[in-house]
Design a protein around this ligand. Structure first.
Ligand code: VGL
Ligand code: ZN
Length: 197
């Protein structure tokens, strides 16, 4: 399927932070492998003047999602620590890009980039109707961001060549993709996106 990009489109790159990379605190296997492809998406959207949103997990040191506090995860993406930084090779355009921090309060966790953030209003202010979502982890924050976008009335496209999952249980990522598709998201790859008729 060919998808023609227009000024109502935006790119959302989810949580491409060092703690989610293979050497990080909460590793997503091969999470680093999608950086070059995501950079191609970022450059495409940016070159067309379309906004690029980078979400990041941004937890306080005593966040409720951490095992010490009764949560299920090892400490990860603690605010202002090296593990919370974006992968150094991730291309961050110098303008028309937005960093969306989420789950930054001790008692509140958020897998969706829309939960407790300004993402929806930033998109709406810009007249965005369709979002293209890639990043990590397929089975957590990518899935919840895509489902959040659908719930808020956006059309959502899943960048099938620009996602990786954690697979706490084998098959979690595949099931997450199926769930996103059954809810109405459309899977696309880079070669299907174009800017002219
Ligand atoms: C995520 C687990 C915990 C994610 C964030 O970015 O998918 N996963 N916190
Ligand atoms: Zn987290």
């Amino acid at each position: 399927m060919k998808v023609k990009l227009s000024k109502k489109d935006a790119l959302i790159v989810v949580d491409m932070q060092l703690d989610f990379m293979p050497d990080g605190a909460l590793p997503v296997p091969e999470g680093d492998k999608i950086v070059p492809r995501l950079n191609e998406y970022i450059k495409l959207f940016s070159s067309l003047g379309l906004p690029v949103f980078f979400t990041r997990d941004w937890h306080p040191p005593d966040h409720i999602s951490f095992k010490e506090q009764g949560g299920i995860w090892p400490p990860h993406c603690v605010q202002n620590t090296p593990g919370a930084m974006f992968h150094p090779d991730l291309y961050i355009p110098s303008d028309n890009r937005f960093i969306i921090s989420k789950a930054f309060s001790r008692d509140f966790d958020a897998y969706s980039g829309f939960q407790g953030t300004a993402l929806d209003s930033l998109l709406k202010e810009r007249g965005i109707k369709r979002v293209f979502v890639g990043g990590v982890a397929t089975d957590y924050c990518v899935k919840n961001t895509v489902l959040g976008a659908l719930n808020l009335g956006y059309q959502a496209f899943l960048l099938i060549d620009g996602i990786k999952g954690v697979d706490v249980q084998p098959g979690d990522s595949e099931r997450a993709v199926q769930e996103m598709l059954s809810e109405g998201t459309v899977a696309v790859e880079l070669s299907e996106l174009h800017s002219t008729a």
